[in-house]
Design a binder for this molecule. Structure first.
Ligand code: GLU
Ligand code: MG
Length: 470
């Protein structure tokens, strides 16, 4: 018996699982042969922890069949890792005991264009006996997607990816020498595209080679800040794509002598990096985000968005997970700091985008308050759970907010600090039930750990500590 194969209890489910693993093993033999023929000798298997850091085990391509069959080992303790790699413990997870199996999703196996010789696949995490691990974030996203599908509802989602590209000062530069921003030209300025022409071209080429459909690529507001957005997909795929997009940008950046940072804030007091989530809800091929209801959507679409809006303060603990996330989530930065929705309002946390009159398919909602330190699987799953609860309660949206809430002064802010968001999250029975106790408690422990980690640190010191972590 392979050292990684474990006897499971007898009976049809265990047998079925074993058969499924055998099938995966033989499919992987073909995949491995094809990769080897293309000179790809290593495969990066990634998952994202609760602090939003993409962790990895790599295997030689020759190990793919065995890994598809029985996974590769990894401790569950990473579910309570903090952004600085220190650990906390939670009610169900923590400490040195136990092991999980990381099983690659072969449907997503992708040769990496900017890392010659390498391929990538996201993993699902399983217990030793082959049952899904209760705190696996990717299983969670899939479970919530299935819950929606059980009601005949389909989600289309896509994350925007913002990042800051910097160059390092030379190694012998005096200490305290600042990082330099790549492409210091004006916000949204063509000058930046000219200056970074080869870099941005390589990003587009690499993403296309990996079958990621890019919608647009542009310079953002801050010096060195850039954004790419990708086509909508089902929730798990959308989360997978954002992981792959970021790691591709990181790899292309390295080849150009640049560092890409996906931290929520690079310069304290300035505009930060968001990870806005676009979503639309569909039923029988109809986009429920457009319709005859009073808000221009169908009643079901409206209730779904109202459910998300209601839960947003608690969701923020998932979507803005670091103390530094709240340095970004400030008014007048298009980060969505206000607890409201608005039609094409870039200061609203929930921006409704009706799309052109003759194109109902493009209508969607954008959740602007989330940043790239969020685990994208937690976000997609939790947003679905909140939306479905809104449908159950037949919620309606309040009137939309127009204009800058800073001027009117009547719109409430979302939580303005991590402790405030944690407080809302800890009281959310909806999110506890959706995530399940082990995952919910692990997230809570990690968030509290991040608060302690940030204690007493100046804003810029907080930002600096994250620059190379995300
Ligand atoms: N960088 C802004 C943020 O922190 C978003 C700018 C935009 O609307 O694209 O979310
Ligand atoms: Mg943007």
């Amino acid at each position: 018996m392979d050292e990684h194969e474990h006897p499971t209890q007898q009976g049809p489910p265990a047998e079925q699982a074993r058969e499924a693993r055998e099938r995966a093993g033989s499919a992987a033999r073909q995949e491995a042969a094809q990769l080897t023929a293309r000179n790809i000798h290593g495969i990066a298997l990634t998952w994202v922890d609760n602090a939003g850091i993409t962790r990895v085990k790599t295997i030689p391509t020759t190990r793919l069949p065995a890994t598809a069959r029985s996974g590769v080992g990894m401790s569950p303790v990473f579910d309570v890792y903090l952004s600085d790699d220190s650990q906390v413990t939670s009610k169900h997870i923590g400490g040195p005991d136990g092991d999980l199996r990381l099983v690659p999703d072969l449907d997503r196996l992708t040769p990496l264009a900017a890392q010659p010789g390498w391929a990538w696949a996201p993993v699902d995490r399983y217990e030793q006996d082959g049952t899904p691990y209760s705190a696996c974030q990717r299983h969670f996203a899939r479970r919530m997607t299935a819950l929606a599908a059980g009601r005949g509802l389909e989600l289309r989602m896509g994350f925007e990816t913002e990042w800051s590209a910097t160059t390092r000062p030379p190694a012998d530069a005096p200490t305290g020498t600042d990082v330099r921003y790549a492409g210091p030209g004006p916000a949204y300025g063509m000058a930046r595209v000219v200056e970074l022409s080869d870099y941005l071209g390589d990003i587009l080429r690499s993403l296309a080679a990996q079958d990621i459909e890019v919608l647009q690529l542009h310079p953002e507001y801050e010096p060195g800040q850039l954004e790419v957005s990708t086509a909508p997909a089902d929730p798990v795929t959308a989360a997978d794509h954002t992981v792959l997009v970021r790691e591709t940008i990181r790899a292309v950046s390295a080849r150009h002598g640049l560092t890409a940072s996906f931290a929520p804030v690079v310069r304290a007091g300035a505009v930060g990096n968001g990870a806005h989530l676009h979503l639309s809800l569909w039923q029988d091929g109809e986009n429920l985000c457009r319709g005859d209801g009073p808000q221009g959507m169908t009643p079901t679409g409206e209730s779904f968005l109202a459910g998300i809006l209601r839960e947003l303060p608690a969701l923020l603990a998932l979507g803005a997970p670091l103390a530094a996330s709240y340095l970004r989530l400030e008014p007048s930065r298009w980060a969505g700091a206000f607890h409201c929705w608005g039609v094409e309002n870039r200061e609203a946390a929930l921006r409704y985008i009706p799309g052109p009159p003759d194109d109902a398919e493009s209508a969607n909602a954008e959740l602007k308050c989330f940043d790239p330190a969020a685990n994208p699987y937690l976000i997609t799953g939790a947003v679905i759970a909140a939306g479905l609860a809104g449908i159950d309660a037949r919620l309606t949206l309040p009137p939309p907010v127009a204009g800058d809430p800073v001027r009117t002064g009547t719109t409430p802010r979302l939580p303005a600090s991590l402790p405030e968001a944690i407080e809302r999250f800890s009281r959310s029975e909806l999110l506890r039930a959706a995530l399940g106790d082990p995952l919910f408690e692990a997230v809570l422990a990690v968030r509290r750990g991040e608060v302690a980690l940030a204690d007493g640190r100046e804003p810029q010191a907080l930002a600096d500590a994250l620059h190379d972590r995300y």
